[in-house]
Design a protein around this ligand. Structure first.
Ligand code: URA
Length: 211
């Protein structure tokens, strides 16, 4: 099941994650910790961006270096909580565009319904879909479906998420088997209220202070 899942076990990431999990952590610290983890995950997830060799001159001598190919990637936060990851990612790939997908959960079916779709027309580029919690997997699958229908290629897509439930990964893998997932942890389970356990509660509410 864990093919193509990259868990960042760095002590700083795990320290900040433990602070996020702690229910006593207030929004100011919660935001700082999540932003720091997001930066580590952003660095991991961008490791696959293509580079080219360029000869430059240091003050001492000529040398060869690597520069990023100007691919103009796309960041796709799933609103609202996805915004918590997108700024840190944008800081390492500042030339990225941002396409927003807004989803809400239908009261009766519990399935995600699209309320906002602001994607650029060109999806032929690296795409980073960001959402802190891969819980049921339904929102992620819906977003991936929207991207694929709009012309994106599965091989261009990378998912960045703070926490995953095994159930969400399994669900996503039924349809999207090869997409790389970068995360800080795979938790024990999804509870009956569709919360990740042990988890950290509602990521959006705790990040934005709307508990
Ligand atoms: N969304 C959250 O914010 N938390 C969960 O545990 C699951 C989904």
């Amino acid at each position: 099941m864990n093919d193509n899942i990259f868990i960042n076990t760095h002590p700083i990431v795990q320290d900040r994650l433990t602070k996020l999990r702690n229910k006593a952590t207030r929004p100011k610290t919660f935001r700082a910790c999540l932003n720091e983890i997001a930066l580590f995950l952003a660095i991991d997830a961008t490791a696959y961006l293509p580079t080219y060799t360029k000869i430059i001159e240091t003050p001492l001598q000529e040398t060869k270096g690597q520069l990023l190919v100007e691919t103009n990637p796309l960041i796709v936060p799933i609103l609202r909580a996805g915004l918590a990851l997108s700024d840190s990612l944008h800081s390492v790939i500042p030339n990225a565009d941002v396409g927003h997908i807004g989803l809400y959960r239908d009261h009766d079916t519990h399935m995600p319904v699209e309320y906002l779709n602001k994607l650029p027309s060109d999806l032929n580029r690296p795409i980073f879909v960001v959402d802190p919690m891969l819980a049921t997997g339904n929102s992620m699958i819906k977003t991936l479906d929207i991207l694929m229908e709009a012309g994106a290629k599965e091989s261009d897509i990378t998912v960045i998420t703070l926490l995953c439930a095994p159930e969400g990964i399994k669900q996503m893998r039924k349809k999207y088997n090869h997409i790389r997932i970068f995360t800080a942890a795979v938790d024990d389970l999804l509870n009956n209220d569709a919360y990740i356990a042990p988890g950290l509660g509602d990521a959006g509410d705790r990040y934005f202070g709307t508990e």
